[in-house]
Every structure is written in structure tokens, then in C-alpha cells.
Design a protein around this ligand. Structure first.
Ligand code: CP
Length: 356
């Protein structure tokens, strides 16, 4: 069977994503299983993490598997990704060897590698995880690069828990036809566009009427993700609108999803972007804006700076489902790991120990 990775939800069909979400809901009700018995996953973190590391390690353990966490350049050798590079710099080994060696040891590889924030034309190639997917002989999971597909599924699971699952094609049932606002929020530093790209992809995939709310046209996301969103709208219904007006965007919304990101035209010239960002601190999610929604829910991928991105009142309100979404990372990632193992090994039952 062809090697299957989990790099982007766009590579997976809606029925496949729905099956992952169904399995995640089962794992939420019953935490332990044997799906990863005798299996292992290497988790490579090129950037910090709290939720991703904890939920992957714990998820592997709860399914009978084992996780090994590596931080290349810190507790593991620095890695070279350039093809044909004369490796006389910092890197001690090439991804071609790292990915192949790890594939001899483990059954899955997870990679977190954020952009370098110098040149978006380079960062948008997502070369770290692409290189692992190219050289590994086991499935590779995106733990956040320039998209965050595990977060996407956790987000949808949290929304389905509030609104229900779509059973038919008519709008207004569960998620289909809901008014969904992806709002930029202020942060003192320019951040990754990954979660925003992902939110755009998955909200349109599930047929919602999506508004991308951001300070100026310069904060519109990369063309690739805008195109995916438009393609998803064409295939799944719903709509995609761009707005720079918080009042009109929030009015009647059912979902407010917040994220801060750096404007792509200013990559590498962040001092020039800073005044624009600083002028839009009023994009904070607060009670007044939430009051404009139609009893809307609020979420964020976390970590979140309170009273910068969203107020204490919003974070502590019953509308906030960010903690549910964070919990769901555990469940959806177990579903992803189990599905990739079944895809690679077939439906062989795990070898069970017999006790007398
Ligand atoms: N949302 C998320 O990925 O959290 P961490 O950065 O803590 O892993």
C-alpha cells in the first residue's frame, strides 16, 4: 500500500476526515486502546510546544505505543535540508539520513517546523516537513509548519460538540451554513500564519459561511490557502468573504476563531509592519464584539495572551470552547496515528500478550 502521510487535511477526503472525527469522538469516551501496541513515534520539535508535545506523547502511551521526543539542534544533531549542500556549517547530518534512520526505528514521525520569518517565498515551500515526507519510509504527521492540520480536526470536533454533526446537505443543520469568522488579533510580535491558513481550509471544508476578518488587505493569507478555501466553497457550499470591519463581521456570527499572524508582504521587514499591527490592537476579542454575535462561540488554538488577543471575560465565558479544542488535540491525534498505522500495516490486530 502507498505510504500515506498526514501533512494537510486537503490531502484527505471529507469521508476520511469524518471517519477520523468519529474515531476521535470514540477515543474521547474511551481513552485507552491497543492500536499502537508495539509501535513508536518520533516527535521532532524544531520549535516550542506545550499542547502538541503533551497530547502526542500521552496519546501514543494511551494506545499502547511509545513516543520519543527530539529537538534537533538542541538535544539532537542540527540537520541540513539543502539538497547538494557542502555541509561545512552548523548542521552535522542531512535530513536524507535522519528520516531514513528514524524510519528504521519508529513507525511514525511527527514534525513541527515553523517558518523562519525572513522570506515567505522560501517558507511557503514548507521544505522541512516535505523533506521528511520525501525521505521517510514511515508516515509523517504535520505537528504545525505553515498549516496545523491536527488543530483543524480538534477545532471541528469542538464545534461539532456544540452544534452537532451534519447529516444532510441543507444549511443550518450543524456546521453547514454557520456564520464563521476567522479574526486576526493583535500580538506584539508577528506570528505564523499556519493556524489561520488551517482555519480557512477546514471551515470552508465543512460548508460554513466564512469571513476572513483582518486589518488591511496586506493581512490576507497566502494565495494557495485562499484558493483552497474557494475550491472548498465550490465543492461543499458555504461562502468566503474578506472584511476589515469588525462590527459587521461579528454581527450574527456563530463562531469567532481568533489568531494573530504577520502580514506576508512584510516578511523580513517586520519593523515596517509594526505600526500597522500596533494600530489594530482594537481587534481584541471582547464582550462588546461577542455581544454582536448570534450567541456565538469563541475559540483559539492556544497559547493565548489574555487581554491582548481576547479579554479575561471572553476567555472565562461559557462561549469559550478553547479548552475543549485543546483537549480534542489528544483525541484527534490518536485517531490520526491509528489510521496511519492501519493504512501502512493493514487491519492486522496488534500482537497481544497472553497472561496466565
Ligand atoms: N496549539 C498548539 O499547537 O499548542 P502548542 O504550541 O502548545 O503545541
Amino acid at each position: 500500500m502507498a505510504l500515506r502521510h498526514f501533512l494537510s487535511t486537503q490531502d484527505w477526503t471529507r469521508p476520511e476526515l469524518d471517519a477520523l472525527l468519529d474515531q476521535a469522538a470514540l477515543f474521547k469516551r474511551s481513552k485507552t486502546g491497543h492500536q499502537l501496541e508495539g509501535k513508536s513515534i518520533a516527535l521532532l520539535f524544531f520549535n516550542p510546544s506545550m499542547r502538541t508535545r503533551t497530547s502526542f506523547e500521552l496519546g501514543a502511551f494511551q494506545l499502547g505505543g511509545h513516543a520519543i521526543v527530539l529537538a534537533p539542534g538542541k538535544d539532537a544533531w542540527p540537520i541540513e535540508f539543502e539538497v547538494g549542500s557542502v555541509m561545512d556549517g552548523e548542521a552535522e547530518e542531512h535530513v536524507a539520513e535522519v528520516a531514513r534512520v528514524l524510519s528504521r526505528y519508529v513507525d511514525l514521525i511527527g514534525v513541527r517546523a515553523f517558518p523562519k520569518f525572513q522570506d515567505w517565498a522560501v517558507d511557503r515551500e514548507d521544505r522541512v516537513i516535505r523533506a521528511f515526507a520525501k525521505h521517510a519510509t514511515v508516515p509523517v504527521i504535520n505537528m504545525e509548519t505553515i498549516t496545523h492540520p491536527c488543530q483543524e480536526l480538534a477545532h471541528i470536533q469542538a464545534l461539532q460538540e456544540r452544534f452537532g454533526k451534519d447529516r444532510g446537505s441543507s444549511p443550518g443543520q450543524a456546521l453547514r451554513g454557520r456564520k464563521y469568522v476567522l479574526t486576526w488579533t493583535y500580538h506584539p510580535r508577528p506570528l505564523n500564519t499556519a493556524v489561520a491558513n488551517s482555519a480557512l481550509q477546514i471551515a470552508t471544508r465543512y460548508g460554513m459561511d466564512v469571513t476572513l476578518l483582518c486589518p488591511t488587505p496586506e493581512y490576507v493569507l497566502d494565495q494557495r490557502y485562499m484558493d483552497f478555501a474557494r475550491q472548498n466553497v465550490a465543492e461543499n457550499g458555504g461562502s468566503l468573504t474578506i472584511s476589515h470591519d469588525p462590527q459587521s463581521a461579528y454581527r450574527g456570527a456563530h463562531v469567532i476563531y481568533a489568531k494573530s499572524w504577520g502580514a506576508l508582504p512584510y516578511f523580513g521587514r517586520w519593523a515596517e509592519e509594526k505600526p500597522i499591527r500596533d494600530a489594530h490592537q482594537h481587534f481584541i476579542v471582547d464582550e462588546a464584539k461577542m455581544a454582536l454575535t448570534d450567541h456565538g462561540v469563541f475559540s483559539h488554538c492556544l497559547p493565548l495572551r489574555r487581554n491582548v488577543k481576547a479579554t479575561d471575560a471572553v476567555m472565562d465565558s461559557t462561549a469559550c470552547i478553547a479548552i475543549d479544542e485543546a483537549e480534542n488535540r489528544l483525541h484527534v491525534q490518536k485517531a490520526i496515528m491509528a489510521a496511519l498505522i492501519v493504512n501502512r500495516d493493514g487491519n492486522k490486530a496488534p500482537q497481544r500478550r497472553h497472561s496466565r
